[in-house]
Design a binder for this molecule. Structure first.
Ligand SMILES: Cc1cc2nc3c(=O)[nH]c(=O)nc-3n(C[C@H](O)[C@H](O)[C@H](O)COP(=O)(O)O)c2cc1C
Length: 233
């Protein structure tokens, strides 16, 4: 499996300038951090595939770098391959019992989902849907998703993760979570990334990521304030 060993800043030092990093005069600079105007929120970037030889960590690393450049989030990259995800579900739905006995190896996942204001699911299409690992991580939790904001980065063959994303939108409705409109999709990702895991043409995906991150921040800020008030819904 691919390990996320490189620091984000060291991952692609020579990449072409992404649209999100263009500054006045067409020069390439660092996108102005937003922390002065936007309150920082916690964003969990979740690597959904746990497959041997998976590509997911490359996509997640790229997206985490975009989120760092956006400047309004503290980012936590969660790799589902590092978590215990049994297919057996708890005896009582986590909607009814928010703290069912969970396996020791899942506690870390629960804690990190609890801490997040927003989540981005990095998912491939698997038989026109999303991997079972993501469904298991979802189904073992409820309050950790409820009243939170969810975005998506998809990749796969021709469908670019869009079939997985559409299915996940339905599921997150049941979790009382809000999914944002914009997404990032990499159809036939193997043509779009080079051997070093860098995008050959980074500008459009970077711009799509920044649009989604802006939406995530707006909704996550609103829902963070709303969560402070007892909902009853
Ligand atoms: C069992 C299986 C089913 C797949 N189904 C689809 C599919 O329906 N549509 C598609 O575009 N790609 C499909 N693919 C291709 C995957 O999206 C692609 O292999 C991707 O790299 C998987 O993500 P990963 O490498 O991070 O595990 C499938 C791959 C596997 C292994």
């Amino acid at each position: 499996m691919v390990a996320l060993s490189l620091p984000l800043s060291a991952w692609s030092p020579n990449r072409p300038c992404a649209a999100a990093n263009l500054v006045s005069g067409g020069r390439c600079g660092r996108r102005k951090p937003k922390e002065n105007t936007m309150s920082r929120l916690k964003l969990a970037v979740i690597i959904g595939s746990v497959r041997e030889g998976r590509f997911g960590p490359v996509v997640a690393r790229w997206f985490a770098e975009q989120a760092e450049a956006h400047g309004a989030f503290d980012i936590d990259v969660i790799d589902l391959a590092e978590m215990t995800l049994p297919l057996e579900l708890p005896a009582t739905s986590p909607m009814l019992d928010p703290n069912p006995p969970r396996p020791e190896g899942m506690r870390e996942l629960t804690r990190r989902l609890d801490a997040a204001d927003a989540m981005v699911i990095v998912t491939p299409d698997i038989n026109r849907s999303y991997p079972a690992s993501i469904k298991t991580a979802i189904d073992w939790h409820f309050t950790q998703w409820q009243h939170k904001t969810i975005g998506f980065v998809g990749y796969s063959g021709n469908s670019g993760g869009l079939l997985a994303i559409e299915h996940l939108r339905q599921v997150f409705n049941e979790l009382n979570a809000h999914t944002v409109r914009d997404y990032v999709s990499f159809p036939r990702y193997y043509l779009l990334f080079d051997e070093a895991g860098r995008l050959r043409q980074p500008d459009e995906p970077a711009a799509a990521a920044q649009r989604m991150l802006d939406q995530l921040h707006w909704w996550a800020s609103a829902l963070a304030a709303a969560r402070a008030v007892p909902a009853g819904v």
